[in-house]
Design a protein around this ligand. Structure first.
Ligand SMILES: [Zn+2]
Length: 196
């Protein structure tokens, strides 16, 4: 099971929407109890069709590992969007020897689905539960049902640490890829044309 704060969840979802209809992604890091504490958004470096592919460089992977190490976190893995596809790993996704895969499906664009998988031997996958907690750590929302429930596994000290980490993460966001207003307009128009 993974736990993510509302703040980080929103950050990822904003990135997903702003890059739509292109794939985008980044790296998630956290603690051994499955709490996602670091989000490092990346530019899509795919050389092919970025509507269908998310690519990152060896340098991005290295920066992700350095980011994790700097904050004493575990490198969980890569998240990426499927602007038109379901929240399930493609064959290509499973070829990267990742322990975990995080996929955001924008099939239903304004009702995105965020899914996490453990990758097992033989490219089998096991879907992991993800919970969103609010930034005060008071309530937990089950991502599947959308229903809030009480958090009993995040102490206030842990949340304080989390807030410090989030502040650090905001600095890392300086590298965050954004389409220029012109490109964003064209991207929106082309997606409208495709769907029309
Ligand atoms: Zn994929």
């Amino acid at each position: 099971m993974f736990i993510i704060t509302q703040h980080q969840y929103d950050l990822i979802m904003r990135q997903a929407q702003e890059n739509y209809p292109y794939e985008t992604g980044g790296i998630l890091c956290g603690s051994s109890d499955g709490v996602i504490k670091g989000v490092m958004p990346l530019y899509n470096q795919a050389e092919g069709d970025q509507h269908k592919e998310f690519g990152m460089t060896a340098d991005d992977t290295l920066r992700g590992h350095e980011f994790a190490k700097k904050y004493g976190l575990i490198f969980f893995g890569v998240y990426h969007t499927h602007p038109r596809g379901i929240a399930y790993p493609s064959d290509a996704d499973l070829n990267h020897n990742q322990r975990f895969l995080f996929i955001i499906s924008l099939c239903d664009r304004y009702n995105p689905e965020f899914a996490a998988y453990s990758v097992l031997p033989g490219k089998q996958v096991l879907r992991e539960e993800i919970q969103i907690i609010d930034d005060k750590g008071v309530t937990v929302v089950d991502i599947q049902t959308g229903k809030p429930r009480l958090s009993d596994n995040v102490s206030s000290a842990a949340m304080h640490k989390l807030h410090e980490l989030i502040d650090a993460i905001i600095d890392e966001r300086a590298r965050y890829p954004r389409l220029s207003p012109k490109n964003r307009f064209e991207a929106a128009r082309s997606s409208f044309n495709t769907e029309a």
